[in-house]
Design a protein around this ligand. Structure first.
Ligand SMILES: NC(=O)C1=CN([C@@H]2O[C@H](COP(=O)(O)OP(=O)(O)OC[C@H]3O[C@@H](n4cnc5c(N)ncnc54)[C@H](OP(=O)(O)O)[C@@H]3O)[C@@H](O)[C@H]2O)C=CC1
Ligand SMILES: CC(C)(CO)C(=O)C(=O)O
Length: 334
């Protein structure tokens, strides 16, 4: 009998995974705060829009107030700024032997564990390029890295079971180092976040501002390795070459931007939240813990801090979205 899943946050990532799990025969319940999205899924099914057209599956969908309790396997895919708000709901609805898999950017696992317990918290790293394009419709992000692991590194039966089920989507795998993936994504994500200061494709901006991208990524990764974390490569991002003083960045960045150009979306989710969806961006929740750890360890992160300040101004409309930000940040390079 296929396992049942509850997907909390059935947007780009949650919706993509819900679609594939449901299509493979799993019973899937989507719990989403967006009433229009829930209504569209109930009426028309959940639609995945790919290069070959639309495919639909029937999936149950409810808003949080309508959800049953006693939930077993929960895939959590809300934006990082919504994690804290969803925790009381999760605590009230999760079964004693249930667990939550965080399919989010940033470092959410500790926060989740503080509410539901470490024994009911599983980590994951996801690097797909999906989008909600209209209520009930997810633009398929194609293949990318998707890795699941216990925060303490054990490869448990539940991790193996979730990975096996997520292979209905694509090449999901288990890891003993989910933290290493999440910190690598914070390094790569620092480049992507910087590109959200301007309205141009991520790959073009990375190519045009390589020294800035290298410097910001190196700041983040310096914090990661200072605590002895083992960084993991994924897709075409090799964190080892972006560490301070490392060699090989140019060739690695050629590969990275070439790969980015193959992706279905050319701008980041952060750019989209600001420019298209006009809603808060989650990056301050991603990099708050990085900046705090940098301060604790006395590791300078001036470019990361300056970039985030500019992004806050762009996100609130106090500053324009323009490539000028990247040029001005470059003036701060040694
Ligand atoms: N999109 C992508 O390609 C990638 C995303 N990620 C990460 O995946 C995570 C999810 O992002 P993404 O799928 O893009 O986000 P989306 O905004 O597309 O989907 C999140 C959904 O969660 C809903 N939501 C918010 N609060 C709650 C709540 N309390 N209970 C239930 N549902 C809620 C949102 O509704 P509402 O809009 O009303 O708030 C929204 O429909 C993020 O951490 C992101 O960084 C990682 C890699 C790639
Ligand atoms: C760019 C992308 C899809 C990479 O995973 C991402 O994380 C985002 O949209 O915020």
């Amino acid at each position: 009998m296929p396992d049942s899943y509850t997907v909390v946050g059935g947007g780009a990532i949650g919706g993509t995974l819900a679609f594939h799990l449901a299509r493979a025969g799993h019973r899937v319940l989507i719990v989403d705060a967006d009433e229009d999205h829930v209504a569209a899924i109930r009426t028309h099914g959940l639609t995945s829009r790919g290069p070959d057209g639309d495919s639909r599956v029937t999936v149950e969908a409810v808003i949080p107030d309508e959800a049953p309790s006693g939930l077993g396997r929960v895939l959590l895919a809300v934006k990082a700024q919504a994690t804290e708000g969803v925790l009381p709901w999760l605590k009230a609805h999760l079964a004693d032997d249930g667990f939550v898999v965080s399919l989010q950017n940033g470092l959410n696992e500790q926060l989740i564990a503080s509410a539901v317990g470490a024994e009911r918290t599983v980590g994951a790293f996801v690097n797909l390029f999906a989008d909600v394009v209209e209520p009930g419709v997810i633009r398929d992000g194609g293949q990318g890295a998707l890795v699941v692991g216990e925060p303490d590194g054990r490869i448990t039966e539940r991790v193996e079971a979730v990975v096996a089920d997520l292979q209905a989507w694509g090449p999901a795998k288990a890891t003993d180092n989910v933290e290493g993936y999440l910190w690598s994504k914070l390094g790569f994500g620092a480049m992507l976040t910087t590109t959200a200061l301007a309205d141009a494709p991520m790959a073009d901006l990375i190519d045009r501002h390589r020294p800035l991208m290298y410097a910001i990524t190196a700041e983040v990764l310096a914090v990661a390795v200072s605590a002895g974390r083992r960084l993991e490569p994924f897709d075409q991002f090799d964190p080892s070459v972006y560490l301070p003083g490392a060699a090989g960045r140019e060739a690695a960045t050629d590969r990275l931007t070439a790969w980015l150009r193959t992706q279905p979306k050319d701008r980041s989710g952060i750019w989209r939240d600001i420019a298209v969806r006009h809603r808060p961006v989650e990056v301050f929740h991603h990099y708050g813990p990085v900046v705090a750890e940098a301060a604790e360890r006395e590791i300078p992160v001036p470019l990361l801090t300056a970039m985030l300040e500019r992004l806050r101004a762009v996100a609130t409309g106090e500053a324009a979205m323009t490539e000028e930000h990247l040029r001005e940040l470059e003036q701060g390079l040694a």
